[in-house]
Write a protein that binds this ligand. Sequence first.
Ligand SMILES: Nc1nc2c(c(=O)[nH]1)N[C@H]1C(S)=C(S)[C@@H](COP(=O)(O)O)O[C@H]1N2
Ligand SMILES: [Mo]
Length: 217
Amino acid sequence: MSQDDTTGQIRQKLVDTKEKLAKAGHLLTGGGGKDRLPPGQREVKNWPVLDLGIQPEIPLESWELTVDGLVENPVTWNWAQFQAQPQQQFLTDIHCVTAWSRYDNHWDGVSARHLLSVVKPKPDARHIVFHSHDGYTTNVKLEVFNDEDVLLAHSWEGKPITTEHGGPVRVIIPKYYFWKSAKWVKRIEFVAEDQPGFWEERGYHNEGDPWTEQRYS
Ligand SMILES: Nc1nc2c(c(=O)[nH]1)N[C@H]1C(S)=C(S)[C@@H](COP(=O)(O)O)O[C@H]1N2
Ligand SMILES: [Mo]
């Protein structure tokens, strides 16, 4: 192999790596020239656990996710069916309303965009309610869920998401405070009228954009 060919190969590797990084960076919350840390937040390296005092254990054999309401094609997936959906990797930051942010979380799971392509929301579907095994609920507009960085995650940093962090499957909505990211999700319901969830009924903001500090209502 000539010197030139070898250099060419090395360069291509560099380009590939940078392309991957650029693609990942494109999915980062707060990318596109903004500061990375939203106002009033501080960066943490650990991953705090927040819940209502219940951490439901759901064996994979009995795990199910139902997606229903105002959709053309409601589905209930068991674990094998969920795993059979196209799997994608995501790299996102977490911003919790209790003022911690955690950068560069690697997730594996099924994209919201894929889920939407399967269930096909009806025209009158405007809002989504997430229902979890601990009785927790949270709400977002359909347009917030319908984003390229939103997913149903089963793995974090290459390992199954632990029970305390919402495994087997939790929602990840990176552009909003983390209370919108339902742990132990069991049902995703499409509705016409907005239905405030657990924290939204208890003084949290109905939206939750960290960049404009939509913390409390
Ligand atoms: N099912 C469920 N999901 C939930 C919660 C909860 O109590 N139950 N807490 C929310 C809040 S307030 C936060 S900050 C994050 C915490 O996720 P973590 O424990 O993995 O950091 O989960 C959100 N999703
Ligand atoms: Mo939170």
